[in-house]
Structures are given as C-alpha cells and as structure tokens.
Design a protein around this ligand. Sequence first.
Ligand SMILES: Cc1cc2nc3c(=O)[nH]c(=O)nc-3n(C[C@H](O)[C@H](O)[C@H](O)COP(=O)(O)OP(=O)(O)OC[C@H]3O[C@@H](n4cnc5c(N)ncnc54)[C@H](O)[C@@H]3O)c2cc1C
Length: 427
Amino acid sequence: MTERAAIDRRAFFRGAGAAAASLAAGLAAPAIAQARPRVVVVGGGAGGATAAKYLLRHGADLDVVMIEANRIYVTPFTSNLYLGGLKPHAALEYGYDNLIGRGVRPIFATVSEVDRAARRVWLADGTAVGYDRLVLSPGIDFVWDAVPGYSQAAAETMPHAWRGGAQVALLKRRLDAVPDGGTIVMLAPPNPYRCPPAPYERVCMMALSLQRRGVKNARIVILDAKDHFAMQPLFSDGWDRHYTGMVEWQPPEIHGGIKAVDPKAMTVTTDLETIKAALVNVIPPQVAGELGHAAGLTDASGFCPVDAGTMKSLIDPYVHVIGDAAIGGDFPKSGFAANNEAKNAAMVIRHELLGERLLPVRFTNHCWSTIAPDDAVKNGARYVPKDGTITMLDPYTSQRDEPPELRAKQAREAVGWYRGMTTDMFG
Ligand SMILES: Cc1cc2nc3c(=O)[nH]c(=O)nc-3n(C[C@H](O)[C@H](O)[C@H](O)COP(=O)(O)OP(=O)(O)OC[C@H]3O[C@@H](n4cnc5c(N)ncnc54)[C@H](O)[C@@H]3O)c2cc1C
C-alpha cells in the first residue's frame, strides 16, 4: 500500500471510529442490511458538501461518507474578486472540520470508478466503498482539444482558472506581471458552462487590477464562442464607464474562429489575426466532471441527465447527480443552484431510505456580478420541476440606469450572499 493510500484508509477509519474491524465487509458492500443505510457523496464542493451536511440534518440516522480529492476546497465563486484584489486567497479556502463534527465521514481520495451493478465506488488506491445511494457532484471537466494547441500541460502557461485550486493563484500571478502596453486575451466558452456571467465579471476584475497597478495602455480582448452573453448590456456599460477603452469583445462573426493557441509563443491565432499576448486565459468548452462520463451517466450533451424533481440520474435510480455535472432544463450551472439541488437530493434520499416527509421542490438562483467596487449587478429567477425538467419562472435582471446607491447595495448583498452560502455549505 502506498503512503497516501495508508493515510486515506486511516483517515476513513478515524471517522469511522471503532468500526474499523473489517475493511472488506465494512466498506465494500452496500449497508442497507446494517443499522444505518450508507450514502456515498463524491465531491466536497458546492454541491457535495451541502448534500453531505443536509443528509445528516435530522441526526446520525444515515452513514454519510464524503469522498473528496482535496483536503481544502477553494471556491471558484468570488475567485474573480481575488483577481481584482478585493479579497485574499485565504478567504476562498474551506476545510471540512465542521462537516466532520456533524458526523460526515470524509475520505480524501480520488474515486476512479463507479461499479453501478455492485453499488460501490473504487478509490484510486484500490479500496472499494459500497453504497445504498450515491450522490455525484464532481463538477466540470474540459474538452481540452476543442481549442487547437490547448491541453492540460498548456494550462500551466495559459491558465483556465475555472475550477478553483492552484490555477486561480497562477492566473493572479500572471495578471500581476502584465506590463505597460500588454494585451490579455480571454477565450470565452460556448454554452452550457459553469456560471454564465463569470467570464465577463473576470474581465472587470482583471481591468480593475491593471488600473490599480497603474499599468498603462493595457487592453483585454475577449474572443467569444458566443454571439451574445449573460447581462451583456450591463457589462458593456460597466466597461465603458469604469475601464474606458480597455476592453474589446469579439463575437465569432468578427474573429471568425480560433485557429490555434501557442503557449510557447504566447499567441492566439484567429481567422482575423494573430495576437501576441502577455496573458492568455483559455476557458475551454465544458462537460460533466470525468467521473460522470466514466460511470456511464452522461448523454450526448456531455452532462448527466437527471429528473428535475429528484435529481436522480435518468440512467441509474440509485445515483443522484447534482451541481454542474447535471443537466436538466433551465437551471444555470452555479454554486447557488448546486446548493439547492443538493438539499433536494438529500430530502429525496431521506424519504426513500428513512421514510421522511417530502416537501414541494422549490429552486431559486440569484447571481451577483461585481463590475467595480461598489458597483454590482445581479440576475435571478425561480425554478420549478415541470414534465421532468427544470423550468424557469419570473426571471429578473439589473437595469442599466440604476442609481449608484442601488449598485453599492448590491455589492454589499454579494458579500453577504457568499458568507451565508459558504456557511450553509461548510459550516
Ligand atoms: C470565476 C467563477 C465565478 C463564479 N461565481 C459564482 C457566483 O457568483 N455564484 C454562484 O452561485 N456560482 C458561481 N460560480 C459557479 C460555481 O463555482 C459552481 O457552479 C459550483 O462550484 C458547482 O459545484 P459542484 O459541486 O458541481 O462542483 P465543484 O464545486 O467544482 O466541486 C466538485 C468537487 O468534486 C471533487 N472531485 C471531482 N472528481 C472527483 C473524484 N473523481 N474523486 C474525488 N473528488 C472529486 C473536486 O475536487 C471538487 O472539490 C462561479 C464559477 C467560477 C469559475
């Protein structure tokens, strides 16, 4: 056994208390015949952490095992504010002590395989963990080769910074090194992708950072895969007011398609031109986290189809898929949505395994985007399950001519939302 494997097994059994007696019998089989049914949650991010917590909301009547690759989760949400210098990296970091205190048993390891027939998952070290219900919240993966010249290795030079972690700190270091006259190129992804307004909020925060450093004549070129984007009039107005002349947005009909990126030369070639850049932020097209595909739970969209009322996989009723890996209608891929979906899945699982009451399903999503300090916009809606899919009701969005006081209030709301949401997930 490797040292890492030994650590993971010890960590698991520390959580498991005295029940460490039989690895094979204790972990490998589903636990329905035992005192407490076992729910395995894969992923300890926005969706997974919420699910693990809410599965134990009414007491330790379930055996909840959360398997997460990293001991510290770095929230992708509000990572743009870190780029803009509006919050420190440490304020994005969350551990799992509170969840452990609530009875969640963590295993810090990577799940390499799901054996759906036997209802167990396999860890990279060869340990099997059986389940009665599986909740998958593995986030997103990238279609790496959709951008010619881009790859996992290229991301070390041209960071995506779209899954939190070390990539965000790398992007910040590169941003802080952009010189006078330097060009930043962002490749913005096609739909559907994680957090629709976030690339454009990121542009605001990169521009703010350049401005605050006093970088002269820098510009940010967005090469978009889309013809239009979320809250476009609000962002365009914000760029004109706060970052005059710095931001240039090109839809496909202008750039004509991305022909290649070259991480060595730091160039991006489109049908129109080759741009030499000081920083390239490639946000590639997205699909469900790799485990969704490996488990055979994805469809032609690359995401995992689910029943909107229960978040159950349409392919396997013992598996609930939540968060960005799921696809099931109008609900956007956001931390807010993942948190809603996790609570719903937890309620359905507690109903099925423990006979607890089912309440009507209500989803909401509100998303704040910071254009500049004291200038934030927002959009949102309610969502209901209808004919198996998630349908949007009552959408709203900020207006261009809002007074500054309202924008400042929305900026404060965004801070409060983050505090409340991360407490709900990890507290
Ligand atoms: C720049 C940016 C800004 C954003 N802003 C907002 C915002 O303002 N509001 C909002 O609501 N949302 C926002 N989001 C979106 C939000 O971050 C995601 O929608 C949310 O994190 C999705 O949660 P998840 O649980 O699906 O995935 P994640 O939070 O990514 O969690 C997935 C977890 O699964 C783990 N994992 C994956 N595979 C395995 C495996 N095989 N074994 C073990 N562990 C595994 C990963 O390590 C990870 O911790 C933003 C995103 C970005 C990039």
